[in-house]
Design a protein around this ligand. Sequence first.
Ligand code: NAD
Ligand code: DAU
Length: 371
Amino acid sequence: MANLLVTGAAGFIGVNFVYYWLREHPEDRVVGLDALTYAGNLQSLAEAQQDPRFRFVHGDIRDQALVERLLREEAIDTLVHFAAESHVDRSISGPDAFIDTNINGTHSLLKAARSVWLDGDGRPHRFHHVSTDEVYGSLEADDPPFTESTPYAPNSPYSASKAASDHLVRAYHHTYGLQVTTSNCSNNYGPYQFPEKLIPLVIINILHGRPLPIYGDGLNVRDWLYVDDHACGIDLILHKGRVGETYNIGGHNEWTNIDIVRLICGLMDERFAAEPDLARRFPDAPQARGGAAESLITYVKDRPGHDRRYAIDATKTGAELGYRPQETFESGIRKTVQWYLDNEGWWRAVMDGSYKDWIDQQYQERLANSG
Ligand code: NAD
Ligand code: DAU
């Protein structure tokens, strides 16, 4: 039986991880810690909050005293650290929050873990740090995918802040003996993802009949992974991974942005054809007027410093831990489209909150820059 502290538990991957863990590990208890920034949504954890094995704590990872108290009072032996500022575009327009949360916040957690676990009762423990493939920089079209030994070359304030946090985690293992593991994962998709990220943004913009902004030439490549396969990879690392190691998690699933947007457009056209009620629910969607989603595709000014290609080589994680993604992209993307159609209340609530101002501002800027 394990007692987990999950930071960033109300964000996209944190929420999916909490549900995964409660489902797969009935003996365990999970405490979710989240500051509920614009990206955190307590609604997403409504079902988990019915479960006596789960407790939600509203708080900041930079509050070292709070984290120390939780580690002691809840007898936490496993900390899974998701909490972060995670959106590259926001890191370009306002990097400070990324330094505060991703670097200082991670350091604060490490200090709390060291104080309670190493200087305290010396109990067996694990600090798992969730990182990203973006720390490795950008690949050319014919480069081999990133391995765990690819040198770090982060290009955005977001990826630089994640790289700094990875180094701090490594240093706390090397210097103090904290029992750490780190995973570097590729782009996730699935339920509960905030509609500032490409896949939910495209689905929801189609439903509103809004332009689908494609940065630059649309030929940037990302390696997409269904979010439960990320949770499963972390599970394997926690149970079978070697302390002090880093493990890559990826989907062997590279797509250009324009192809992925076209794929989603086709799936949305299919859904409208199969479910006449969608035209009534979403009268602004092009399909409701006999059109096709692709008509909304709009090329806009590129993201500054936009990384061309990410791709993960997860051979080590497969060979050592038996990791293999379970969800095919075909089934995962269909499930995701269906989830957003079935959970209109969830995304409307997100979009009507303070987050709406950001969406509107981005939308106006993209329109002004479209060409
Ligand atoms: P997200 O933005 O959806 O969620 C982040 C969560 O962290 C939010 O609930 C937010 O409220 C919380 N948070 C932010 N600052 C906090 C603070 N100071 N204290 C406590 N909570 C705070 O992000 P996500 O997409 O779920 O990503 C989770 C983690 O996975 C991040 O570390 C990210 O770098 C990493 N990651 C994400 C992806 C991806 O494709 N989304 C891929 C690889 C790695
Ligand atoms: O690779 C892992 C990373 O994936 C995570 O570490 C980040 O937290 C996560 O946000 C994600 O970063 P990306 O920048 O790759 O994701 P995003 O969904 O913002 O963009 C995906 C691609 O689509 C990227 O090449 C930019 C492009 N894009 C994005 C948006 C929002 C567009 O062309 N138009 C858009 O409107």
